[in-house]
Each structure stands twice: as structure tokens, then as C-alpha cells.
Design a protein around this ligand. Sequence first.
Ligand SMILES: [Mg+2]
Length: 192
Amino acid sequence: MLDLDETVLDNSAFAAWQAVNHKLYSPKDWARWVNAKQATEIPGSVDFIKTAKELGFEVFYVSNRNVNLTQPTIENLKNIGALFVDEEHVLGKTTTSNKAPRLKSIEDKGYTIVLLGGDNLDDFDSVVHHKLNIERRNHVENMKDDYGTKFIVLPNPEYGGFDSGIVDGYYQLSTSEKIEVRKKVIKPWDGK
Ligand SMILES: [Mg+2]
């Protein structure tokens, strides 16, 4: 199982567009970006998928891209040369961003999930879904034998569940309040 964004697809051009235009994330802008199909490959991901196929595995993509963006997503994945790119293997978000039900639907078809690749802790275990960062860190500590073996993490410093993990109700905060709570948790160099 592979996540898509920042695991197989590199959206840093979208992030750069946000930065130069002072844009916060918005679903509307995101949909425009996805429909532009300009995400590039996270280096190595396509080789990884090809190797998995050669070894007899199948790759499923479990992504929180909305399911109504599946078609442009499939086209973008084809453009970068990914395999297993069809509606059976590309599972977008329908009712919940919690990936557990979609992973279970794969297992219910008779597959055994041997490896999960992602850039966000929520890609690996739904117990951290919408949890605070202290719980997320404890989870990694408790599950550390799985990290690097069953769970392959591609670090993403741009965004992730760690944003909303800063405080309860993060998404209900105003932009200026979000900036304030972020400033409280960063640990800057003192410049000396
Ligand atoms: Mg991702």
C-alpha cells in the first residue's frame, strides 16, 4: 500500500505556488492543481513500484485525494510511469480520511498487506488519526519495530497530521491563531 501525495506524487510546485501567492490551503485551489496533472514523481517511487511488480506484489494507492479527483489522479500517475493505475488500485477518499476502512476493503478481497509507504503517520495506523502530537510520538515509540520494516516513512516537513496535532481543535482556529500556536511549538536557534 502506498499513499500518493508526497509519497509517489511530488506536489512541491503547488506548495511553491501557495508560497509566492500567499495562499493558505484551500480545497478549490487543490482541485485546480490536481486537475492540472502536473505533479512529478517522488524520486525512486516508480522504480519501487516496478520492483514490487517484478517480485510478484500488487500495489494499491490509498490516498486522501477526494474520490471525485480520481480520474486526473490516474492520468497524472500514468504520466509519471506508475503501474497498477486503475480504479481498482487507486482508492481515494469517500466519506472519511481515516484510511483503515479502505485498507480493510483490500484485505477483504483476499490480499495481505505486507508493507505500507507514506509520509504521514496516519498512513500507517489509524489509531493516530486526529490525535495530538504527544500521542503520535508515543505511538511511534511503541511501534518502532514496524517503522523501517513494515512502515516506510518518507519525511514530509511541509504538512501532515502533525499540523492539527499541535492543539485540540486546530482546524477551528483562525489563521492568526494557527500562526500563534505554531510559533509556540517551534524551537528556533537562538542565533548565537
Ligand atoms: Mg501523503
